[in-house]
Ligand binder design. Structure first.
Ligand SMILES: Cc1ncc(COP(=O)(O)O)c(C=O)c1O
Length: 405
């Protein structure tokens, strides 16, 4: 199997022996991103939108250019539709507080999938409780996919459908097209949690006609602390601010304030400009490689990993058997051994995988599980990483086999 080696672009792993299989939690950062941020702090750092002096104007220009890069990346019609936040969680809270509380009434329904990350679930529980609305879930079948019959839950009572594009536990790709069409047919708005998806597949918000979409920079090779909320401009314009303070205002009087136009209305206080600049650099890095290459590389690796994991009879896998319908992450357990023990012992062998409930307790409960191990792959993952994982699992099994039979 011939694979492109992107590893050399990532200082943390370029010369390291560890198999970093936790990019679904956070991805490593390439030189291109680190250099860009260093440059910003060394040459352009100033508070944007504040000063009229050149340095402040330069910082503003870099911030604006980053917003345009994000808008182009996800196919937004205008950069006014891009709000910078600190992560996907903040973007979803902004939507729950600002759009949810103002547009949901008693008796309305909010639809989620059972695969949602807590970030796209707990905020909607808050809205449902405060507004006496009902939360409904699209469940998955035994093959880890949402059956079309589940979409019948989207009715005239539905006001919001908030759904992941890619499960962070199962790697299931969700058929967004059908869900968005059904939701729009009943007048509901659709929020796409693209947090896992953007690293692995193109998301074009205009093509799919998403009303809102969110993601975190750190999962696509950008720094921690920068996130994105996309919203159709006409919706963002009608929404109330989420946080109040400097920069998000137009005129402030002793007892009243008018607000800046979108997106600034949603960006109170000094923003993470270096983060935005780093995110733009990460996007350009991704675009230089291209999704075609990324998908091919990652899909080959996913298949290789799943084929080899299936050869271990003591490993339970939790994923669809249609590999083209999944990406990025593989959840598994060793029969009879707690995932935290497996993960700890894997660490001893230089293999980093996540273990736990992956911030998706309702999903795991639905599947009759408490926790799993999760190996997640990215463009710098390679065949050696998977071989290390498999060999380490064999070693761990040898230790435990007398207890598990
Ligand atoms: C699908 C999904 N949504 C939302 C989040 C929340 O991301 P963050 O913690 O960066 O806000 C995650 C993080 O793992 C995720 O995988």
């Amino acid at each position: 199997m011939k694979m492109t080696d992107f590893r050399k672009d990532f200082p943390l792993i370029a010369n390291s022996k560890i198999a970093y299989l936790d990019s679904g939690a956070t991805a490593q950062k390439p030189f291109a991103v680190l250099e860009c941020m260093k440059n910003f702090y060394e040459k352009t750092n100033a508070n944007p939108h504040r000063g009229v002096y050149k340095l402040s104007v330069d910082a503003t220009n870099e911030y604006v250019a980053a917003r345009q890069t994000v808008a182009d990346f996800i196919g937004a019609r205008s950069m006014d539709e891009i709000v910078f936040t600190k992560n996907a969680t903040e973007s979803l809270n902004l939507l729950a507080y600002s759009y949810g509380l103002d547009n949901i009434s008693e008796g309305d329904e909010i639809i989620l999938s059972i695969m949602e990350h807590h970030s796209n679930l707990v905020p909607w529980q808050m809205v449902a409780k405060k507004k006496h609305a009902t939360l409904k879930y699209l469940y998955i079948n035994k093959n880890c996919q949402i059956d079309e019959s589940e979409l019948e839950k989207i009715t005239n009572k539905t006001k919001i459908v908030s759904i992941t594009a890619l499960s962070n536990v199962l790697g299931t790709k969700v058929d967004l097209d059908k869900i968005i069409k059904k939701a729009h047919a009943v007048g509901a708005k659709v929020i796409i949690d693209a947090c896992q998806a953007v690293a692995h597949m193109p998301i074009n918000v205009s093509d799919i006609d998403a009303d809102f979409a969110v993601f975190s920079g750190h999962k696509i090779y950008a720094p921690l602390g920068i996130g994105v909320l996309y919203g159709k401009k006409e919706l963002l314009e009608k929404m109330s601010p989420f946080m109040f303070g400097g920069d998000m205002i137009e005129y402030v009087y002793e007892n009243d304030t008018t607000f800046a136009p979108v997106p600034t209305k949603f960006e109170a206080g000094t923003q993470n400009v270096a983060g935005a600049v780093g995110l733009a650099a990460a996007i350009k890095y991704l675009q230089n490689i291209g999704y075609e290459k990324i998908c091919k590389h990652e899909q080959q690796l996913l298949e290789y990993a799943i084929t080899n994991l299936k050869k271990l009879p003591y490993i339970d896998l939790y994923c669809t058997d249609e590999l083209e319908k999944m990406a990025g992450v593989i959840s598994f357990n060793m029969k009879g051994v707690h995932p935290h023990d497996v993960s700890s012992l894997l660490d001893g062998e230089g293999v980093c995988v996540r273990s736990g409930n992956h911030c998706a307790q309702p999903l795991l409960r639905f599947m009759g599980l408490d926790s799993t191990c999760r190996a997640s792959i990215s463009i710098y993952s390679n065949k050696d990483d998977i071989d290390k994982l498999i060999e380490a699992l064999k070693k761990i099994y040898e230790k435990f086999k007398k207890y598990i039979g």
